[in-house]
Write a protein that binds this ligand. Structure first.
Ligand SMILES: *[C@@H]1O[C@H](CO)[C@@H](O)[C@H](O)[C@H]1NC(C)=O
Ligand SMILES: *[C@@H]1O[C@H](CO)[C@@H](O)[C@H](O)[C@H]1NC(C)=O
Ligand SMILES: *[C@@H]1O[C@H](CO)[C@@H](O)[C@H](O)[C@H]1NC(C)=O
Ligand SMILES: *[C@@H]1O[C@H](CO)[C@@H](O)[C@H](O)[C@H]1NC(C)=O
Length: 365
């Protein structure tokens, strides 16, 4: 047994050590698509990367993206990814994927192709995974943007009736996620109003037929996040007044079922999903009223999940970009347990000048 004095000394030492460590404060990083000329009467601004504290305070523009001399025409943005191993942010913008340091410095365009709707970083493999809108492809590249290769074709067909020069895919990956540990590639198949789905396939699979539909009938699925065995996704909503939500599925119910060939994907998906938050639950958060009195939904664009169980916290950013621009940062915590468990929403910041028109959110320790 440890003598008491030694124990006390050790205790003192450890608390002294702790107080000497620099106080680390976690931050949220936001990708703002910017505001163009249609947004009157709101001030126009360039596409930007912003940071706030996890309380939504101290909002700061850390980098503006796109040409300096043309603030009326921001380049636009779609998705943000944080890479802890390289301390970088990858922003999918109208100019392609732009890498910056975590403080927003040293912006560099890595990939300029098509419209890139989602981006994520596979840390162990050291690759960027991203998805294109018109081709409906998921691709990957080195962290410097070189060696681009197609990983998966998620288009489910190409609509040729638009003409040869612009032939959009029926579906594109509105969200992409790589589970390197278990070897899965997850994506949101986004297209029309209620035909979206969340799918996965083995990362190494060369066989395009082998994929699983985890959830379907979704109105524009976007961001995906995986915490343990729980997969979360954002349902953005196709139109300005569509409902919006964050939902989740417990993947342990999926593991035992056989992989379905994609040709059978029209059959209904039977897995149980849960709603974390739905816009119908809180008009004060999700209904935006513009200067003409018109109503729109503050659509959930991106979210992050930290921790598990009662300690779990989710932050999301929502926006409405109709006549007037609205940006909101909301925190979700859990109250009660079991069937009584209830999501509690708290608006941390709803100043559009602070948040911009947010499309991406990342948490950095
Ligand atoms: C927030 O900003 C205030 C004023 O600039 C500063 O004193 C404070 O340290 C900042 N807090 C954080 C957590 O960055
Ligand atoms: C992707 O699949 C579609 C059919 O679903 C096909 O028309 C298209 O050419 C494919 N794209 C590539 C790059 O192979
Ligand atoms: C293909 O595009 C045409 C023209 O816009 C449209 O009418 C049709 O519904 C589209 N087909 C599908 C399957 O989306
Ligand atoms: C949300 O409200 C709309 C309009 O009232 C309704 O059609 C829809 O079923 C509701 N959805 C949920 C999940 O409550």
């Amino acid at each position: 047994m440890l003598p008491l004095l030694t124990f006390l000394a050790a205790l003192q030492l450890s608390s002294a050590y702790r107080s000497e460590r620099p106080k680390t404060s976690s931050s949220l990083f936001i990708l703002d698509e910017g505001v163009g000329h249609r947004s009157t009467p709101v001030t126009r601004w360039r596409t930007s990367i912003r940071s706030t504290t996890t309380q939504g305070t101290n909002a700061t523009i850390i980098q503006q993206l796109g040409p300096e001399n043309n603030p009326d025409q921001p380049i636009g943005a779609y998705s943000l990814a944080y890479s802890p191993s390289t301390s970088s942010l990858y922003s999918a913008t109208g100019e392609g994927i732009i890498r910056t340091d975590i403080d927003g410095s040293n912006p560099k365009i890595l990939i300029t192709e098509d419209t890139i709707m989602s981006v994520t970083v596979a840390e162990k493999e050291g690759k960027i995974y991203y998805s294109t809108l018109t081709e409906g492809l998921i691709k990957r590249a080195e962290l410097d943007g070189s060696n681009v290769e197609v990983v998966r074709n998620v288009s489910q067909g190409i609509n040729l009736s638009y003409g040869a020069s612009y032939t959009p895919a029926y579906f594109y990956a509105g969200g992409v996620l790589v589970d390197e540990e278990k070897g899965w590639l997850y994506w949101s198949a986004s297209g029309g109003e209620h035909d979206g789905s969340v799918r996965r396939a083995a990362l190494k699979s060369q066989d395009q037929e082998q994929e699983q539909v985890l959830a379907s009938g979704i109105n524009l699925p976007g961001q995906l996040r995986l915490v343990g065995d729980t997969l979360f996704w954002a349902e953005i909503g196709r139109w300005g007044d569509s409902p919006t939500a964050i939902k989740r599925i417990d993947l342990s119910q999926v593991r035992k079922s056989p992989v379905q060939p994609s040709s059978t994907t029209s059959s209904p998906v039977a897995y149980a999903t849960q709603t974390v938050v739905h816009s119908n639950q809180s008009a004060s958060i999700f209904v935006a009223i513009d200067y003409t009195g018109g109503l729109s939904t503050v659509a959930i664009q991106s979210f992050v999940v930290r921790g598990d169980g009662a300690e779990q916290k989710i932050w999301f950013v929502g926006m409405s970009a109709e006549r007037t621009m609205f940006g909101k940062l909301v925190e979700i915590t859990w109250k009660g347990s079991g069937d009584e468990e209830k999501a509690e929403l708290k608006v941390l910041n709803q100043d559009t000048k602070d948040l911009g028109v947010p499309v991406g959110l990342e948490y950095v320790d």
